[in-house]
Design a protein around this ligand. Structure first.
Ligand code: NAD
Length: 490
């Protein structure tokens, strides 16, 4: 592990240079592995955000003046350097999040793939052509940049979250101000360094560090930020939509989930078990697409529960490549999960396994929660309707397909869903009727691909989709162009 990759204080990137917030204040970044301070991050306030937005505004016209292919080539230069530096990225991500180095490397690869896909959009960036009712008139649409994009992200998969927003924003010809997550400041800072070294013109990508209700809020409120793209909790997303909506900025919200995984009586139980464990516990359950509601047919419930509890108890928890998952990102998140589990117990829930912090010598200093499985909760209970964003899942016994589908849809969220069955009839009906932006047959609730749209129904978002080519709709204005020909001038 190279410790010297992370500076003592993580600065902002504004107009191609590193700089500290005007106040000189910092926030401590604490390791979720051992509770020790890793570094400080500069604590940006409204004035610092103004400088970053001004830099983006100044740089944007020249960036938009390049052809999309030229912008794509610039993005390719960034992804090539990311590949050269992928081990450094993985080291930083593992240090900040506590996830295993191998998992961090995999995430970096996914971020690079996202960049390569978006760079290729430079050769497409399709508009449309259509017919006209009028003789000698032609109709088409073209994509144009919005201007300055304000990008706000969560810490759970830090480099993937950056890639999902920065690359589509840039290929469309916008300049961007990225507000890093306060739990993963160094990953964002390092990405800024790579972009700079790859020759991205100064001011096209500015990266600000700080607290959500200070730096993040100032970005959302800034009148010159034309599109705000946010990945985070539903509560904060709702607030952002109200503030940015007031000034009619475009808003894209990628929010939380409480995703169902259904195990039918005709499922391959070994396959269902493997994917349930991965969906509920990998990355310590810190995925918007994690499975936190496990619906199991009555006739296989007892058997599957036994397999699942045994599987969960066999998981190794720790920060190493040999472990199945690491710590949750901070003490506050851990305390929140423990409190919700405690209230569920008081309301009569049964904790099948886990439900507590790991306090043995190797785990005591970190934010480690034992793999937790709970049963005996109602569909409207707090633990069934609140996203915990940790290694906690509830089991529900369902009578048949129709009650299962009903329960799957009885949620304020609608991000992802999965069914395990051998029946094409059940699989098709489920994927058609489940209220979710992503529906999967016989695998996990997570695992999206760079060229596919991702986003949620109901309170999991506001109807936008990122990434895929659908992300271009978030970051571009569509202009309708009519050309009228004077046939006499031919
Ligand atoms: P969070 O909402 O607390 O914070 C997310 C980001 O928003 C952080 O950068 C934070 O600093 C910033 N922020 C906080 N308050 C703000 C404000 N008032 N104004 C502007 N910015 C503000 O979320 P979190 O707990 O860090 O992340 C976990 C959440 O993210 C979960 O709900 C998870 O499901 C969601 N998530 C969604 C997706 C998706 O694609 N749908 C992907 C990853 C994570």
């Amino acid at each position: 592990m190279k410790d010297n990759l992370i500076p003592e204080v993580i600065p902002n990137w504004v107009n191609g240079s590193e700089c500290l917030a005007g106040s000189g204040d910092t926030i401590d970044k604490i390791s979720p592995v051992n509770g020790r301070r890793i570094c400080g991050l500069t604590r940006s306030a409204a004035d610092d955000i103004k400088k970053a937005v001004a830099a983006a505004q100044t740089a944007q016209p020249a960036w938009a003046g390049l052809t999309p292919v030229e912008r794509g080539e610039q993005i390719y230069r960034i992804t090539r350097l990311m590949r050269e530096e992928q081990e450094n990225f993985a080291t930083i991500i593992a240090t900040e999040t506590g996830m295993a180095f191998s998992a961090a490397l995999g995430e970096t690869g996914a971020a690079i793939a996202q960049g390569e896909f978006m760079a290729g959009e430079g050769r497409r960036l399709y508009g449309g052509t259509t017919t006209s009712a009028v003789q000698d008139k032609y109709a088409m649409t073209v994509r144009q940049p919005v201007g300055v994009a304000g990008l706000i992200i969560a810490a759970n998969t830090p480099i993937a979250n950056i890639a999902w927003k920065v690359f589509p924003a840039l290929i469309c010809g916008n300049a961007a101000v990225l507000k890093a997550a306060e739990d993963t400041p160094a990953t964002a800072w390092y990405f800024g360094r790579i972009a700079q070294r790859a020759g991205l013109p100064a001011g096209v990508l500015n990266i600000v560090q700080g607290a959500g209700d200070e730096a993040g809020a100032a970005l959302v409120e800034h009148p010159e930020v034309g599109v705000v793209s946010f990945t985070g909790s539903t509560a904060v997303g709702r607030h952002i939509a109200a503030v940015a909506g007031e000034r009619l900025a475009r808003v894209s919200l990628e929010l939380g989930g409480k995703n169902p995984l259904l195990v039918c009586d005709d499922a391959d139980l070994e396959c269902a078990l493997k994917w349930t464990l991965l969906s509920a516990f990998s990355n310590a359950g810190q995925r918007c697409a994690a499975a936190s509601r496990i619906l199991v047919f009555d006739t296989v419930y007892d058997r599957f529960r036994e397999l699942l509890v045994r599987g969960a108890e066999a998981l190794r928890v720790g920060p190493g490549d040999e472990d199945d998952y690491g710590p949750v990102i901070n003490q506050r998140q851990l305390n929140n999960m423990l409190a919700v589990v405690e209230r569920a117990k008081r309301n009569g829930a049964t904790v099948l396994t886990g439900g507590h912090r790991l306090i043995d010598d190797t785990h005591a200093a970190g934010c480690y929660l034992a793999p937790t499985l709970i049963e005996g909760v109602g569909p409207q209970d707090e633990i069934s309707t609140t996203e915990l964003f940790g290694p906690v899942a509830c089991l529900y016994r369902v009578e048949n397909f129709s009650t299962a589908l009903q329960l799957a849809n009885a949620s304020p969220y609608g991000l992802t869903a999965c069914i395990h069955t051998r029946s094409i009839h059940r699989a098709t009906e489920f994927t058609q009727k489940v209220q979710a932006g992503v529906a999967v047959i016989n695998a996990g609730t997570y695992g999206s691909e760079p060229h596919m749209p991702f986003g949620g129904f109901k309170q999991s978002g506001n109807g936008t989709r990122e990434p895929g080519t659908e992300a271009l709709n978030v970051y571009s204005e569509l202009k309708a162009i009519y050309t009228n020909i004077d046939s006499g001038a031919l």
